[in-house]
Write a protein that binds this ligand. Structure first.
Ligand code: GLY
Length: 255
């Protein structure tokens, strides 16, 4: 079972209200987002993580979604290369923050693009979504790097969602919380799927951390289903990040 000790998060910048979005949920309220982010950091700490908060980056509206900037394992940190042009460069400060923690730091190079939201790990297996943000070349490079360190890597083409982890969350014990296009994805058929109904699809972006599951608040069926399976859930309001297509996993790098 995974053990997470650290998390890297980035304070929301005021410019986040201009972040990329396909949601029609309105403009985020910055002060509310700050409060939600602080509660999120406290939740990570309550799961036993040592949390480092990077300063806000006003030059990148989406920089609070730090998960997209790297893929981390015990053996290597891979610095991503965002597929959204406005997000290119977010990864630089993250690389600087990780350099002192990782002996092995590698990077995705052009023309590859890769966003960490497209990657989930299940033990020694990594799954990479081929999406509007992560291209086959980015996935290929990630595969080459991770395979050198003994991991297996499987590419999963996406049809509908922004990132792979928009629609799945690994819950350990070979269980995958999943919705929509991932309920019958043959590449994920080795997992025991915990299905999410379409009405609660946003809750697929939950996060297992050291025995607890962070779930977005407002999705009672998912919370109840997880609790029935024995998980200790921790609901968090991330409404202002949802307005930017973001969710619980996007707000941190956990390692
Ligand atoms: N707003 C988050 C993203 O589109 O990457």
């Amino acid at each position: 079972m995974a053990v997470f000790k650290n998390a890297l998060v980035r304070k929301p910048c005021r410019n986040m209200v201009n972040g990329l979005t396909s949601a029609a949920l309105g403009r985020p309220d910055y002060d509310k987002a700050l409060a939600q982010h602080e509660a999120y950091v406290q939740a990570l700490r309550s799961c036993g993580l040592d949390v480092t908060v990077l300063a806000e980056d006003e030059t990148h509206a989406d920089s609070v979604f730090i998960e997209d900037t790297a893929v981390l394992s015990e053996k290597v940190a891979v610095i991503a290369r965002p597929g959204a042009p406005s997000r290119l460069g977010e990864e630089d400060d993250v690389a600087a923050a990780l350099r002192s923690r990782y002996a092995q730091l590698e990077s995705i190079a052009a023309p590859g693009t890769l966003e960490g939201g497209d990657v989930f790990r299940a033990g020694d297996r990594f799954f990479v979504g081929i999406s509007g943000r992560t291209n086959p070349e980015g996935a290929r490079q990630l595969g080459m790097i991770l395979k050198k360190h003994g991991y297996s890597v499987t590419s999963v083409p996406l049809r509908e969602v922004l990132h792979l982890k928009t629609g799945v969350a690994y819950l350990e014990n070979n269980r995958l919380l999943a919705c929509g296009e991932f309920l019958d994805q043959p590449l994920l058929s080795a997992f025991e799927i915990v299905p999410i109904a379409a009405a609660e699809a946003y809750a697929a972006n939950s996060v297992w951390i050291n025995g607890r599951v962070l779930v977005p608040s407002g999705f009672p069926q998912t919370k109840e289903n997880l609790e029935a399976l024995g998980y200790d859930t921790l609901p968090l309001d991330v409404s202002e990040f949802r307005k930017l297509d973001g969710g619980l996993s996007c707000l941190s790098l956990r390692f």
